[in-house]
Design a protein around this ligand. Structure first.
Ligand SMILES: CC(C)(COP(=O)(O)OP(=O)(O)OC[C@H]1O[C@@H](n2cnc3c(N)ncnc32)[C@H](O)[C@@H]1OP(=O)(O)O)[C@@H](O)C(=O)NCCC(=O)NCCS
Length: 315
């Protein structure tokens, strides 16, 4: 077989999504930033913005077999503000369609083809299932270094309640859980940037309106500054119908009073009321406090993700 590498085209999208749905079920080929089913994967890929505001095909490459079927692909989600590339893939076909002897070479050729576009970015990240040997060795061939793993957690299926949970304040110094309002912005930005330095969403980005995202807060009623929050949770409704808990943080001096748990419980209850199928998130394996909190509200471990980075590090 002669493998041909070229820029992806709109007509490739269905085959790319079908291929990825198959790969996502295999820990050796799994890529962290993709959904599990083909429809959601196609929607996510089609939503990628290329360099300089271009479309997804400006940042996507495919490998074709002799019959011109897609047998591997790679998408580079670039962030011009952060000077960073989030790699989706390489996603490869199973051993029947892409013989093991051709796999590493195909992945490397895709990466080399992408370099025309991605070579000018300094920071690169790829996240894989920690059981994958194939993607781990791909990453190490290209200078990526493994950093602290994260657990992927999920709730059992959520039952639609049709009504909001309605959080009640339990601490006399704290209010109930409310939606982020403009007067909370400065406090949320400061808390986010101190809790998650160097992450993919800065505090300023987090408080901007974004489709599908919502941020809930608990006011720090005891603070003298108006708009000071005790904590916040940021969630995203994903194209597969799930609710992703993206960020959670509680102000240092208010930890250990149940604020984090109330934020997460309320976010999940609101998601369920709006028809979310389940909630999921990732948490550093060493973050004992957060892992206990999530376990106490019903999250269970699904797998362990390994981030691989080049040009930067997330301490
Ligand atoms: C993780 C975090 C949000 C917890 O918020 P919190 O308001 O202090 O947590 P809660 O008081 O609601 O605690 C709920 C449960 O979590 C666990 N927990 C919380 N803090 C803990 C700690 N320091 N050690 C061990 N377990 C802890 C406990 O099981 C606790 O239940 P319990 O008090 O009945 O035993 C907070 O520590 C934080 O902001 N950390 C930095 C940011 C972060 O790591 N976010 C999560 C990223 S995924």
């Amino acid at each position: 077989m002669t493998v041909v590498i070229r820029r992806a085209r709109v007509a490739d999208l269905d085959q790319m999504a079908t291929l990825a749905a198959d790969a996502q079920a295999d820990p050796d080929r799994f890529c962290a930033y993709l959904a599990a089913d083909a429809g959601a994967i196609a929607a996510d890929v089609a939503g990628v913005i290329g360099p300089n505001g271009g479309d997804w095909t400006d940042a996507s490459w495919v490998a074709l077999d002799d019959a011109r079927n897609v047998i591997a692909w790679l998408v580079a989600e670039v962030d011009d503000d952060m000077d960073r590339v989030w790699w989706w893939g390489p996603i490869v076909a199973d051993e029947q369609r892409l013989p093991p002897v051709l796999r590493d070479g195909t992945m490397d050729q895709l990466f080399a083809a992408a370099n025309d576009v991605t070579g000018r970015y300094d920071e690169h990240e790829l996240a894989i299932d920690d059981r994958s040997t194939m993607l781990r060795s791909f990453a190490s061939r290209h200078g990526f270094v493994a950093e602290e793993a994260s657990a992927m957690l999920r709730t059992p299926p959520l039952a639609a309640t049709g009504q909001q949970h309605g959080d009640r304040a339990t601490d006399e110094h704290q209010g109930g859980v409310v939606a982020l309002a403009p007067h909370h912005h400065a406090s949320v930005v400061a808390l986010h940037d101190s809790a998650f330095p160097g992450t993919h969403t800065t505090g300023e980005k987090l408080v901007e309106d974004a489709p599908g995202r919502s941020v809930l807060v608990i006011d720090d009623a005891a603070a003298s500054t108006t708009g000071a929050v005790a904590g916040y949770v940021a969630v995203e409704r994903q194209s597969d119908g799930s609710l992703y808990i993206d960020y959670l943080a509680v102000a240092n001096h208010l930890r250990g009073r149940g604020i984090g748990r109330r934020l997460v419980s309320e976010a999940v209850a609101r998601g369920a009321a709006e028809g979310a199928t389940h909630a999921h998130l990732t948490v550093r394996v060493g973050n004992v406090a957060a892992r206990r909190l999530y376990a106490s509200v019903g999250f269970v471990e699904e797998s362990i993700l390994l981030p691989l980075r080049r040009g930067f590090s997330v301490p």
